[in-house]
Design a protein around this ligand. Structure first.
Ligand code: ADP
Ligand code: MG
Length: 314
């Protein structure tokens, strides 16, 4: 029997929501994305992390078919980003760094407009809008013009707009940028609710590394290259139990003195970082010993920011 290779049907969800092989984007000789390899299972919460300019937006733009890759391959929802753009666009939702809302329209009208653009019927739009306004805590602001909503509410509405057509995959490009902590927390809660209610694959980019702690997998991007990937908690645990921070006016000198005892040092301006598994009792004696040589000695649990700092050190 001969097997016939066909594209997946509309209702079929492939095992891998996103796959990329050697995916690259070059701008004027500069590689914004350099040979990316991705295999993101359907339903996963994936985080692409990295500082400004790392290549996060370029990657989202390639995967959402807005720009063409310079080299390499990618499939999204089972379709090729070069040759099957329309099939992909119907199956993804994209929330860009800049809001895509009409400020003069109300919250509900923005959702209705997005629904019409995506070919939904009036009754579908009504039902979906009601559900989404509820999930995003906007039910009582449904008739308020966007211009009158707070920054956090606009962000929430923009994400609701991105999922009105029930996409299989949602791309979120720095959804919390510019928001204060309570509003960022609210956005994380909405994303968790969306995942729980829709079972949707979420591809998130952020440079606030702590907000990727709930991801199933993260990849650290540095100058266009993935330099580390894994489960956030495992990546953090691999660093050890504590990070010791020593603040000093003489970082180079103190680093040389402490390195044989505390292991590899990472120097950040006037601050030395060491990774260690020592007991707090021993750390207290270190603190006493350094009382004269250092301005401060602290220790704390490592986090995803430390993972990124240490990856870039070596
Ligand atoms: N259209 C473009 N033309 C030229 N360079 C670009 C363009 N878009 C992005 N870049 C460059 O590519 C690099 C990655 O940018 P970007 O993907 O926006 O990173 P991030 O989203 O992580 O901040 C940056 O150095 C940026 O200046
Ligand atoms: Mg960006």
């Amino acid at each position: 029997m001969t097997a016939v290779v066909t594209a997946p049907s509309a209702s079929e969800v492939p095992r891998l929501a996103i796959e990329a092989t050697a995916l690259s984007k070059r701008y004027d000789g500069m590689l914004a994305a350099d040979s990316l390899e991705l295999a993101i299972p359907s339903g996963q919460f994936f985080g692409l992390l990295g500082p400004n300019g790392a290549g996060k937006t370029s990657t989202i733009h390639m995967l959402s078919t807005l720009i063409s890759p310079t080299a390499g391959e990618a499939r999204v929802a089972g379709y090729d980003v070069r040759t099957q753009k329309l099939a992909i666009r119907g199956r993804i939702g994209v929330v860009f760094q800049d809001l895509a809302l009409d400020r003069m329209l109300s919250a509900a009208e923005n959702l209705r407009f997005a629904g019409l653009l995506n070919g939904l019927s009036r009754s579908e739009i009504k039902r979906r809008s009601g559900e989404l306004l509820e999930i995003f805590g906007l039910s009582d602001r449904r008739d308020s013009p966007v211009a009158s909503l707070s920054g956090g509410m606009r962000r929430a509405l923009d994400i609701a707009r991105g999922v009105i057509h029930q996409p299989q995959i949602l791309f979120l490009d720095e959804p919390t940028i510019g928001l204060d902590l309570p509003n960022r927390r609210a956005i994380w809660r909405y994303i968790a609710k969306l995942r729980a209610t829709l079972g949707i694959t979420v591809f998130l980019t952020t440079h606030y590394l702590e907000e990727a702690a709930d991801c199933d997998e993260v990849a650290f991007l540095s100058s266009g290259r993935i330099v580390r990937r894994g489960h956030p908690r495992e990546l953090v645990e691999q660093l050890g139990r504590y990070v010791i921070e020593v603040e000093t006016e003489r970082p180079a000198q103190l680093a040389q003195w402490l390195e044989p005892r505390l292991g590899q040092v990472l120097i950040e301006a006037d601050r030395l970082h060491f990774l260690c598994n020592e007991e707090p009792a021993q750390l207290v004696s270190l603190q006493a010993e350094l009382a004269a040589a250092a301005r401060a000695v602290r220790w704390r649990r490592p986090n995803l920011n430390d993972v990124f700092l240490w990856v870039n050190r070596t």
